[in-house]
Design a protein around this ligand. Structure first.
Ligand SMILES: Cc1ncc(COP(=O)(O)O)c(C=O)c1O
Length: 477
């Protein structure tokens, strides 16, 4: 397909314009099937993400129809009532919107439905007792809560309960005034970008890392520096000499490898932040789920320079759809973060906050936490036992007795074979997910991330048996 890119602006924009021009002047006729994204990307020497983004834009504007995967066809523009010139000359969206469009097209682990056993990370632990208790709390909160727009920082009762919880469980000493209740870690990262980062600022993150943070930071337009991790967490000796503005880490349970940042590295990291005058974001997403010992206190509890922005979420301890999380903010940042939160959405929904505060105060939250921890521990044990029995030495388990997922490496596999294994397992009804999309650079070895939260012990045993059969199939080839 002959297409000339005009060299103006982002590549996906150039490609969108070139395709539109060809469609409008009839060189690509209505009803023509556009080449598959991979093929066009190879032909034009572009990334597939760029082509996906261009197709998505053309689809949004009605130039093409059909879905990625099942073919994209040029629409019959004559049949459309509006004028194309007006459409092509609408002002371009902001650079943020363009970058956001690109990151939303990344090949990150997506939820697959209809699989017999889905080891998708992020699926919730189903607990009918929680559903009942939560229903009662919501009904109660709807009756007893003042239904007005709440304080920007969040409901005082919830901030107070969260402070007690943080002191008890995570060793973090904070006052309600230090807290900002936000709609998920995702919003915390967006607010952090807005308040602390300019486009082009340098930000350090772990390699591999949490895709949600990665996406939000790229959409903001920062320059990312990915620092390798090992079994003691981020390799502080590899932190850049040129000062970053911010370092984003998951010290309690490195996402996704599971390592716990050692005490020595914690001190090194804090010293580095002090010397380089940068902020640290501590994402403590599942620090509560430690199965064999007391979890290590949060990095924030060692921070005497007030440089650590601690982010905790209720997505893991409760459920992701709740969309409530909290930030413990250094004193110097409180006002700016409250302002950004106010301008974004004024405050989080009040009934959910009120229900959660009462659930915590009443002891229901702690009971639920104890039960979840017990249940997750036995699921994790079943997964490891199943791997040892059925996968044997064909996988290497990255074993940390914590969290809701596990990483296994596949010795002797390259990425192509790993992808083929995933596709084959998928056809057998087993959802496996690759580690590769969680790296900024090429991953050093192929691996899988196995989320065990939403399968029962029996299902996990069956899933591991099937996993063993999938590995057999690949061994036999
Ligand atoms: C590393 C990490 N941080 C945070 C979260 C939770 O994000 P949120 O609070 O936006 O649901 C997750 C969950 O998937 C995670 O894996």
């Amino acid at each position: 397909m002959y297409l000339e890119l005009d060299g103006r602006g982002p590549l996906y924009d150039q490609l969108t314009r070139a395709l539109k021009a060809s469609i409008l002047d009839g060189r690509i006729a209505a009803g023509t099937q556009l080449p598959p994204t991979r093929e066009l990307a190879d032909e034009l020497d572009l990334s597939r993400t760029t082509v996906l983004a261009a197709y998505e834009q053309l689809r949004a504007e009605g130039f093409i129809a059909g879905r990625v995967g099942s073919g994209s066809y040029v629409s019959d523009l004559q049949a459309r009532p509006c004028n194309h010139h007006a459409e092509t000359s609408i002002p371009a969206p902001s650079r943020y919107a363009q970058r956001a469009r690109e990151v939303r097209n990344w090949d990150i682990p997506r939820i697959h439905r209809g699989l017999r056993y889905n080891l998708q990370y992020g699926n919730p632990l189903v607990n009918p007792a929680l559903n009942n208790a939560w229903g009662r709390e919501l009904a109660r909160a709807a009756n007893y809560t003042r239904l007005v727009v709440n304080e920007v920082a969040g409901l005082n009762a919830l901030r107070k309960q969260t402070c007690d919880y943080l002191a008890r469980r995570r060793g973090v000493q904070a006052e309600p005034d230090d807290l900002l209740i936000v709609c998920g870690t995702q919003q915390a990262i967006t607010l952090i970008s807005r308040v602390l980062l300019e486009e082009g600022d340098r930000v350090v993150l772990e390699e591999p890392h949490y895709f949600g943070a990665h996406q939000a930071l790229v959409a903001h337009g920062v320059e990312l520096v990915a620092i390798r991790t090992d079994e003691q967490g981020i390799l502080c000796s590899e932190l850049p000499e040129q000062s970053p503005r911010l370092i984003y880490v998951t010290p309690s349970h490195q996402f996704p490898t599971g390592s716990i940042l050692s005490l020595q590295r914690r001190k090194e990291l804090l010293r580095y932040a002090e010397q380089h005058q940068c902020w640290i974001v501590e994402d403590d997403y599942d620090g509560e789920f430690s199965y064999e010992s007391q979890p290590m206190p949060a990095l924030r509890s060692l921070d005497h320079g007030d440089r650590v922005i601690y982010v905790g979420t209720f997505s893991k301890v409760m459920f992701g759809g709740l969309r409530l999380a909290y930030m413990v903010l250094p004193a110097a940042l409180r006002v700016d973060f409250r302002n950004a939160k106010y301008l974004g959405d004024m405050s989080c929904p009040v009934i959910e906050q009120s229900a959660l505060a009462h659930f915590m105060e009443d002891g229901g939250f702690e009971r639920h936490l104890r039960l979840s921890r017990k249940e997750l521990k036995s699921r994790r044990e079943a997964l490891i036992a199943g791997l040892k029995e059925h996968a044997r030495d064909r996988v290497e388990i990255a074993d940390t007795p914590a969290g809701m997922h596990l990483v296994v490496w596949l010795p002797g596999y390259d990425q192509t074979r790993c992808d083929a294994l995933i596709a084959y397992a998928h056809d057998q009804g087993l959802g496996l997910y690759p580690m590769a999309p969680l790296y900024l650079h090429a991953p050093p070895r192929p691996g899988l991330m196995l989320g065990y939260c939403s399968l029962s012990v029996t299902e996990i045993r069956e899933a591991m048996q099937l996993f063993g059969q999938c590995l057999d199939h690949f061994q036999a080839r």
